[in-house]
Design a protein around this ligand. Sequence first.
Ligand code: AMP
Ligand code: GLY
Length: 425
Amino acid sequence: MKILVIGSGGREHALAWKLAQSPHCEQLYCAPGNGGMAKIAEVVPIEETNLSLLARFAEEKKIDLTVVGPEVPLAMGVVDEFEKRNLKIYGPNKKAAEIERSKVFAKEFMDRHRIPTGRFKVATTQDEALKILNSGEFEFPVVIKADGLAAGKGVAICPNIKRAEDTIIEMMVKKKFGPAGERVIIEERLKGRELSFIVLTDGVRIQPLVTTMDHKAAYDGDKGPNTGGMGAISPSPFVTEKLFGKIIDEIIFPTITRLLEEGRRFKGTLYAGLMLTSDGPKVLEYNCRFGDPETQVQMLRMESDLVEVLMSVVEEDLIKDEIKWSLNVAGCVVLASGGYPGKYEKGKLIAGLEEAEKVPGLIIFHAGTSLVNDQFYTNGGRVLNVCAREATLQQTMKKIYDSIPVIYFDNMFYRKDIGAMREIK
Ligand code: AMP
Ligand code: GLY
């Protein structure tokens, strides 16, 4: 089979790496790909948002399966564009992807169907938002969310009214997140431990992926601004069998079933961002795609053939046998550019990769790199994902952390506490 992966991050490198191991995969393309993907696939310089060009490329090359990584092309309707041309593509269509594209849609959907989530109100004007904030209905800190895709940055947790009012002005008046600021959600702050719960579904049946724990804050001790994720481990040490069953019964199944009933059959990866509160698990948000860096640790543990698994979703006949997983523990530490998630510089030479790759069992996925004259350069905020899979969490993290010092680029930083167990505040 000829397979195309759309995207250019660590998640897509991990998917491409796993797809390439399948005996079904004869030729692999990545668009636009990154430096690391260029080593295992043919990279095609088509942006992930250029839907018609992507579809035309797939048609010309007779691609048998396209796998979409990021949310933006899904929200734009890349699946609809491909299906119109009878091309097989993995991911939800535009209507189903609405669950991530619009936070207002997702919150109202959960409210309609009594899927557990934080209490909230929607405001469509600045006045309305200020009235809600001053009504005393929500205690501080309060959560304010812009209604759209903002790469995980459109959420503010405001400790007092001043910060809340400033946030409303930034989102609704100054349009910091563009049209996403036309509507905002004001939401109660939930307390507890966060959990990413990710399943594959053909719209009717589900196959859960192994559990993961993501580390979203930029700095050690969960300090600093939220990022796309600075590291992950799998399995999550906090998910008991009982909790797993509760999440499936109260959140995942109702979500899939109600979407189907509302004419939004969801085929692809459903990612529920959850808060484990003292009241039970509640949904913070839905994503319509694989997680990043959660996918990196999941692909390291997957033993089944990813091509067969994804094709079964596309064909609306999800594999019946459970996906097979290694019992080992996988870990991933993100090496980031100084300044991320704010402003950062690109184009720094990366040294030491060849040496790091000699460490047995160490796997390096590229997130934001470019390959120029056989040299790797930084090309994004999250640059590299240093990963391993060993018998215990301690062994896994030791292998990763012992290997990182051989890699170098200007202003590189990373969290030193990925996988460290800690009580939550
Ligand atoms: P979201 O994009 O909605 O997942 O929000 C990004 C991050 O903001 C989440 O991963 C949480 O850390 C935080 N967050 C979002 N909603 C809430 C909430 N209601 N209470 C506490 N934290 C939240
Ligand atoms: N790691 C968070 C996400 O993929 O949304």
